[in-house]
Design a protein around this ligand. Structure first.
Ligand code: DOR
Ligand code: ZN
Length: 335
């Protein structure tokens, strides 16, 4: 049986939520990943040092062992330098949401006024704190990410030493932007390497594939595959696994988010294997992130096997991508 080993997989964009949901989903990621960048869009958002530390403690209490590092993020506000200095030790990055653009982002940035943002962004740049960005405008849903490119250019050119991560990119425009500015990087989800808008609404509507940013066109999928499969050194895996209870997805007014955490590595093996690029998966799923963020994750060795795996219908009331379907790689062991 064909196997493939991954060392210290990292998920560079993950929603763990809080309370019972946190307790249910955190162990699923901690099982197969060495660490994850944890999103701060709780209600209320994680925007104080006390909340950040307390949230990290709740995450650690929810995972069954110590071999998992939650890399913490703060919800972007125009923080002053003294605050950032006081919290720098506790965080790995700061996550910027445009106001109201997605789940629990109401308190995000409503105007990209560089002068108003300068103290925060320059301090982050000086202190080596990366800025993770949900890059969508409030324009037409298919154009939101492409329209946001001018804001990435504004940020990248005004703060050339600031590491800016274009989160969960979905378009050829974002792919092109990577080579234009040295300080722009990107994460890519596994679902955006598999689906286009057709899979979401081209036939019967599929609420479990509905997310922000929405999956785009075939040419966008091709552009994402081209950089992921080559493990472009500025690109990292970030699942954006975003669990919602089943009744919030299968609802009139479906919440955005695809839940992939427990099947992400299996699906990545399937994709990279299908294109004969399994040798590049290690860089995409760990090595690039280690260099970009300068992190040294906990050791973990995950062996995957090329055999059929039937995706469960739910994980504790959360429906995963491809629920009930059979995928072609499975996790064999984790050490
Ligand atoms: O689909 C999404 N779900 N996109 C986001 O940006 C947020 C996420 C969530 O928190 O549910
Ligand atoms: Zn997200």
């Amino acid at each position: 049986m064909k196997t493939h080993t991954l060392l210290m997989p990292l998920d560079m964009h993950l929603h763990l939520r809080d309370g019972v949901m946190l307790e249910n989903v955190a162990p699923l990621t901690a099982y197969s990943f060495s660490g994850a960048i944890v999103m701060p869009n709780l209600v209320p958002p994680v925007d104080t040092k006390e909340q950040l530390i307390a949230y990290k403690e709740r995450i650690m209490a929810a995972v069954p062992n110590d071999y998992f590092e939650p890399y913490m993020t703060l919800f972007y506000k125009n923080y002053d330098r003294a605050f950032l200095e006081s919290v720098a030790e506790e965080l790995t990055a700061i996550k910027l949401y445009p106001a109201g653009i997605t789940t629990n982002s109401e308190g995000g940035v409503s105007s990209f006024d560089i002068e108003e943002m300068r103290e925060t962004l320059q301090s982050m740049s000086d202190m080596g704190i990366p800025l993770c960005v949900h890059g969508e405008t409030d324009g037409f849903v298919m154009d939101r990410e492409a329209e946001f490119m001018s804001i990435y250019e504004l940020l990248a050119s005004n703060f050339p030493q600031l590491k800016i991560i274009m989160e969960h990119i979905t378009t050829k425009e974002a792919v092109a932007m990577l080579d234009k500015y040295e300080n722009l990087y990107a994460t890519i989800t596994v679902h955006h390497l598999l689906i286009t808008l057709d899979d979401v609404v081209g036939g019967m509507m599929q609420p479990h594939l509905f997310c922000k940013p929405i999956a785009k066109r075939p040419e966008d999928l091709d552009a994402l595959l081209s950089i992921a499969l080559e493990a472009h050194p500025k690109v990292m895996f970030g699942s954006d696994s975003a669990p919602h209870p089943q009744h919030k997805k299968e609802a009139c007014g479906c919440a955005a988010g695809v839940f992939t955490a427990p099947i992400a590595l299996q699906l990545l093996c399937e994709i990279f294997d299908q294109f004969g690029k399994l040798d590049n998966l290690q860089a995409f799923v760990s090595d690039n992130a280690q260099s970009i963020y300068g992190i040294c994750p906990e050791f973990k060795e995950v062996v995957l096997e090329h055999r059929p795996f039937k995706v469960p219908q739910t994980y504790a009331g959360v429906v995963p991508m491809y629920a009930g379907e059979t995928i072609s790689w499975a996790i064999e062991s984790v050490d």
